[in-house]
Design a protein around this ligand. Structure first.
Ligand code: ADP
Ligand code: MG
Length: 313
């Protein structure tokens, strides 16, 4: 039995069979190998977009929460920005309201916006906070309304969808990071629901990838991790692209390989890199300990988006 969460160590020593010793040795090796990564990241901020689809499984939710608490304990400041698409969709369906998506954005009328606020800012945000706190962390839930965190304006799509009326779908106009600094600079882990507000107090539904990317930029984060429900960016044959350079992205969008909900992710990753976030990774949130794998192992996971062009050979 693992000793988690708070059993005193003296009560949970396993009998030292060969198997147990081998497993413990492996654990010690892994921790030791993580040291240089921890040293490099300690004192830095990592912004994690936690996707709606990666939140559905109870074991994964716990693994994610424990990863956040571990980061905090080794001196990394995790800042979580979460989605909640499936959860919003579920309640809208129960209410008999259909959703329409254009370029991965949910068309949001006033009634839909109420549901978005209830689900994102209420149910989903507090569930993540509670989960992190349950495993020993101190998470604090926020929406973009708190402390004037996210100022939003209506989003306008470009190109052939320019005439589409998206309703209360927003894009980030500006971020005031004061409150996040205050929270993350202490013992706390900020958990942000991507709801923005304009000067008149009107709320906007902001794609969580966009919000995460802007938050990462304004905080001067070292890394942006976008957790989702696929292994990363897949090529036309469905194979994972382990690295993707900025110069390769447009062609994949033009030929339709990157579409739907993957579009904002890739664009956000590129924006973050332009703004000096050192790496942006689109990765599988359905893998246990995904965040630790990416941050603290050589192999990493998912698709690391890189600035510039691929170097031949
Ligand atoms: P999330 O809730 O994590 O934001 P989304 O559904 O918005 O997830 O975006 C991820 C989805 O993007 C994938 O499940 C997949 O259907 C779609 N997608 C489009 N193009 C690609 C691609 N090239 N590689 C991987 N997924 C893609
Ligand atoms: Mg999405």
């Amino acid at each position: 039995m693992p000793c988690w969460p708070l059993t005193p160590a003296s009560n949970c020593r396993s009998e030292r069979t060969d198997d147990v010793i081998e497993q413990a040795t492996q654990t010690a090796r892994v921790l030791n190998e993580a040291l240089p990564y921890i040293q490099r990241l300690s004192g830095k901020t990592v912004v994690i977009k936690y996707g709606g689809n990666a939140m559905v499984d109870a074991d994964l939710r716990e693994s994610f929460a424990r990863n956040m608490v571990l980061l905090k304990h080794v001196g990394v400041a995790p800042v979580v920005v979460h989605g909640g698409g499936p959860q919003i969709g579920q309640l809208l369906e129960q209410l008999g309201k259909e959703s329409r998506f254009v370029q991965g954005m949910r068309v949001t009328d006033a009634e839909t916006m109420d549901v978005v606020e209830m689900v994102l800012g209420g149910q989903v945000n507090k569930a993540i906070v509670a989960q992190i706190n349950k495993v020993g962390g101190h998470a604090v839930g926020l929406t973009g309304k708190d402390g004037g965190l996210i100022r939003a304006r209506p989003m306008k799509l470009a190109g052939r969808d320019a005439d589409v009326e998206l309703g209360q779908v927003g894009e980030v106009e500006s971020i005031d990071p004061t409150l996040v600094h205050l929270i993350a600079g202490g013992d706390f882990i900020p958990v942000i629901a991507p709801i923005g507000v304009d000067a008149q107090g009107v709320a906007y539904n902001i794609n969580a990838d966009l919000a995460a990317s802007k938050v990462a930029t304004v905080l001067g984060a070292e890394k942006l991790l976008l957790l989702t429900n696929t292994p990363g960016v897949l090529d036309a044959g469905g194979k994972l692209l382990q690295a993707l350079h900025a110069s390769e992205v447009q062609a994949l969008i033009d030929d339709g390989t990157i579409a739907g909900g993957m579009l904002p992710k890739v664009r956000c990753a590129l924006d973050a890199l332009d703004a000096n976030v050192s790496t942006a990774t689109i990765m599988d949130g359905r893998v246990a300990n995904a965040v630790l794998l990416e941050l603290f192992t050589d192999a990493g996971i998912g698709t690391q988006i890189r600035a510039g062009s691929a170097v031949a050979g």
